[in-house]
Design a protein around this ligand. Structure first.
Ligand SMILES: NC(=O)C1=CN([C@@H]2O[C@H](COP(=O)(O)OP(=O)(O)OC[C@H]3O[C@@H](n4cnc5c(N)ncnc54)[C@H](OP(=O)(O)O)[C@@H]3O)[C@@H](O)[C@H]2O)C=CC1
Ligand SMILES: CC(=O)N[C@@H](CCC(=O)OP(=O)(O)O)C(=O)O
Length: 346
């Protein structure tokens, strides 16, 4: 059986990544790519790197037309936009994997405090947060997935097991995170203009980044009590990649061995989570082009402070790779299908 897919918003960076992944997927086919700005244009006119690999022409989005063609649609659209598209697909019996923030929250009020009034609250209630390793059972039977943000993925994967195992305090968590510029998408903006980012480095949205409530909602559930997290994102002048350096206070008498045992217990059978050996830490160049999340750590014995470092490719495990992993789970095929290769080996 082939899973028939379409990508809405294929002209963006996560859209391109999805086209590459589905084109190489052994059990999925790409039936349609939709775009507003490039209707009627060949996909390869937008991305010449795909010449010879993809022959689709961009069409306008039409849920009824898609219903006879596909089983699942990836919405690679901006947040606040996807919520208008998703219900139309669900009404046609098509599954949805949404890469925006529109279906990530359990609590509509938490979403609305950061974004805008939600126009599909029932679907938001039904949607499943697609953090594959931690939510697999619910993903299996979901009709709609809210694919996690890239920063949340890099922060939640290391922290959730340690909070659940009561090895770290839910208070005073700090994540100092760095992202490549493709995290901001393909549309033009002054902040991602070459001259503004080249040879430049610094934090942005300090104290008010919209990912903080998304991360907090999941951490609070894992801890079983409110958490306090300081999240500071930084932009680094590379195209892709993300590294989060996270500081946490361990609970009394917790030793490094227990941290390693807990992470191994949760992740040793996970193909896309790599717990690094002692004294090894993630590096953007080690995860670029993979669907992996690398996690390394160091415990300061005197202070009990744990330094966790996680690394992902923002466009793969942080977006399109995780979206395909979600599709594999939803359609009950090998979770690694189409993902067990490296696009850009060093
Ligand atoms: N970039 C990243 O690393 C990550 C991105 N995400 C999320 O994934 C989604 C896609 O991101 P990304 O690919 O980077 O974004 P891009 O800006 O690169 O692409 C978004 C695409 O959406 C389409 N679009 C824009 N506005 C509208 C609109 N009003 N109505 C319909 N279509 C519209 C555009 O295509 P066209 O005009 O051709 O229709 C555009 O190509 C976003 O929600 C983003 O937050 C999540 C994790 C990581
Ligand atoms: C570098 C950069 O600008 N990054 C984006 C995050 C992109 C992402 O993954 O988040 P969403 O899916 O929630 O958009 C930002 O800080 O808003």
């Amino acid at each position: 059986m082939m899973i028939k897919t379409a990508i809405a918003g294929a002209s963006g960076y996560t859209g391109l990544e999805l086209v590459k992944l589905i084109s190489n997927h052994p059990k999925a086919s790409l039936e349609a790519v939709t775009s507003n700005s490039y209707q009627g244009k060949a996909f390869t006119d937008i991305f010449p790197s795909m010449r010879g690999f993809e022959s689709l022409v961009c069409t306008p989005f039409d849920a009824v037309a898609l219903s006879s063609k596909v089983d699942v649609v990836f919405l690679a659209l901006p947040h606040k936009v996807s919520m208008a598209f998703a219900p139309k697909l669900i009404d046609q019996g098509i599954k949805v994997i949404d890469l925006s923030a529109d279906f990530r929250f359990d609590d509509a009020k938490a979403y609305e405090a950061v974004y805008q009034p939600h126009t599909a609250p029932k679907l938001l209630e039904e949607s499943v947060y697609g953090l594959c390793e931690l939510n697999r059972d619910r993903i299996r039977s979901a009709r709609i997935i809210g694919n996690p943000g890239c920063y949340p993925t890099s922060i939640l994967l290391p922290l959730v097991p340690l909070l659940k195992e009561k090895l770290i305090s839910p208070q005073g968590l700090i994540s100092d995170s760095k992202s490549g510029v493709s995290g901001a998408g393909r549309s033009l903006s002054l902040t991602t203009h070459f001259c503004e980012v080249n040879e430049s480095f610094g934090p942005y949205k300090v104290g008010n980044h919209r990912h903080t409530p998304e991360i907090n909602e999941v951490l609070t559930k894992a801890a079983g009590e409110p958490v306090s997290l300081t999240f500071v994102p930084h932009l680094v002048p590379v195209t892709r990649g993300m590294v989060s350096t996270i500081y946490a206070q361990t609970c009394e008498n917790v030793a490094e061995k227990q941290i390693r045992e807990a992470l191994n217990k949760w992740y040793e059978n996970e193909p896309f989570i790599r717990i690094l050996p002692p004294d090894k830490f993630p590096n953007m160049s080690h995860i670029k082009g993979t669907n992996c999340c690398d996690i390394g750590f160091h415990l300061e014995p005197e202070s009990g402070r744990l330094i966790l470092v996680s690394g992902i490719d923002n466009l793969l495990k942080g977006a399109s790779g995780q979206a395909v992993q979600n599709m594999n789970i939803m359609f009950d095929i090998d979770e690694k299908a189409g993902l067990d290769w490296v696009q850009t080996p060093l």
